[in-house]
Design a protein around this ligand. Sequence first.
Ligand code: ZN
Length: 58
Amino acid sequence: MRTRLAICRNKKRFASEADAIAAAQAATIDLRPYLCDRCRQYHLTSRTKGKRRLPAAD
Ligand SMILES: [Zn+2]
């Protein structure tokens, strides 16, 4: 399944996984970074919503 363009545009982007991880660790809720196939950068998603995207799945 691909990331929707609207979701991509509305989300914060991180140029590197390290940046995304740092932001996720700073957040008060449980977030995990994933590589977006629209912008090829990283976004954060809440893993409590049942969305599991493994970065190595490609
Ligand atoms: Zn994106």
